[in-house]
Design a protein around this ligand. Structure first.
Ligand code: NAP
Length: 344
């Protein structure tokens, strides 16, 4: 067992606390960046200096008190989420000072982590931030959502919304690599649309802010689609139901267009088409698919090595900018995975 290297530890760490539950869009007053003492880890625990942490859409749901598949963030406690960092003190077998780990105590500079909840990651294999995105939770969501939930097969025409985001850009590229007949993406700026087509090899893409989604989708997929990977909900889901062919499949991954709504969202008006076309709409929770982790890392790792699959990150520097990074992600300021770097 490694002795804790306590003398080298700083006295305090900064962390983001939720202090009020937002109504609609989160405000600056809903959170506080607080300074807390750094404590030595107890038996079976490690102290981690976070290097990068993740800001994700699902965190908006955790700010609310509503019953969900994951508990709400507690008030006056640090918010949680994926993070990678370096072990600086260990009282756990198998973890030594200097190891890099992935864990779930993000939104803070130093994290006191139950070693059983931490996974060692290899900084030589990939940049550490990649374990939060392309090789991490969002990458696995894309992989499981496309291949397991949507039962993707070669020759399918695939439409993905939120296509320039962390999950979406991986979905489109994975479909292309595995022989999709056509890959179509939607995103919120002309620059993102250009990125999808010119750099990631999408066959077509459109800016959903430039006109009705159903019209733009019909133009981009004149022969219809077999699979819709939904990250957005709302008018995107309605347009996709209209464009899906008989026996089409939908992976319902996220509905970010409604995450800050204060009233329930009306559903798609064309739901009866689900019957006539015998569509299958199925939700995904990435947590159900960790059995695919080994195959996912191996396959995605080989696509990354060969250059077939690309990824981008939008990195915001400094823990003090972490909350702005989160809000920026909700507004669409990211291309690829939004990551906060806490290295100083
Ligand atoms: P992301 O796509 O990297 O970032 C969120 C993006 O959503 C923004 O960049 C923005 O891009 C887009 N957006 C925001 N408001 C929108 C609106 N009103 N209409 C259309 N697009 C909007 O985030 P991510 O981590 O990859 O997550 C994508 C989706 O997957 C989210 O819905 C998330 O909740 C879901 N998710 C689900 C699971 C699961 O297990 N079910 C796991 C991970 C993620 P634009 O510039 O294009 O608007």
């Amino acid at each position: 067992m490694t002795d804790p290297t306590l003398p080298q530890l700083p006295a305090t760490s900064r962390e983001w606390h939720l202090v009020a539950r937002p109504h609609g869009w989160p405000e600056a007053e809903d959170v506080a960046l607080r300074e807390v003492p750094v404590v030595a880890p107890g038996e079976g625990r490690i102290l981690v200096r976070n290097l990068h942490f993740s800001v994700d859409p699902y965190m908006r749901g955790r700010m609310d008190e509503t019953k969900s598949y994951i508990p709400a963030f507690a008030l006056d406690r640090p918010m949680e989420g994926g993070a990678v960092g370096e072990v600086v003190a260990s009282r756990a077998d198998g973890f030594a000072v200097g190891d890099h780990v992935l864990h779930f105590s993000g939104w803070r500079e130093y994290a006191d982590v139950d070693a059983a909840q931490a996974v060692k990651v290899d900084a030589d294999l990939a940049p550490l931030s990649a374990y939060l995105g392309v090789l991490g939770m969002t990458g696995l969501t894309a992989y499981a959502g496309l291949f397991e939930v949507a039962s993707f097969k070669e020759g399918d025409a695939v439409f993905v919304s939120g296509a320039a985001g962390a999950v979406g850009n991986q979905v489109g590229q994975m479909a292309r690599i595995k022989g999709a007949s056509r890959v179509i993406g939607s995103a919120g700026s002309d620059e993102k649309v250009k990125y999808l087509v010119d750099e990631l090899g999408f066959d077509a893409a459109f800016n959903y802010k430039n006109g009705p989604v159903h019209e733009q989708l019909a133009a981009a997929a004149p022969d219809g689609i077999d699979v819709y990977f939904d990250n957005v909900g709302g008018d995107h889901l309605e347009a996709a139901i209209g464009a899906l062919k008989v026996h089409g499949r939908v992976t319902v991954c996220g509905m970010i267009s409604g995450y800050n709504d204060t009233e329930p969202h009306p559903g798609p008006r064309n739901m009866p088409m689900i019957i006539g076309k015998r569509l299958r709409l199925q939700g995904i929770l990435v947590g159900d698919h960790y059995d695919l982790q080994g195959r996912f890392v191996q396959e995605v790792g080989s696509w990354l090595a060969s250059g077939e699959l690309k990824y981008r990150e939008t990195v915001v520097e400094g823990i003090e900018n972490g909350y702005d990074a989160f809000l920026g992600m909700l507004r669409g300021e990211n291309t690829g995975k939004m990551v906060v770097s806490t290295i100083r």
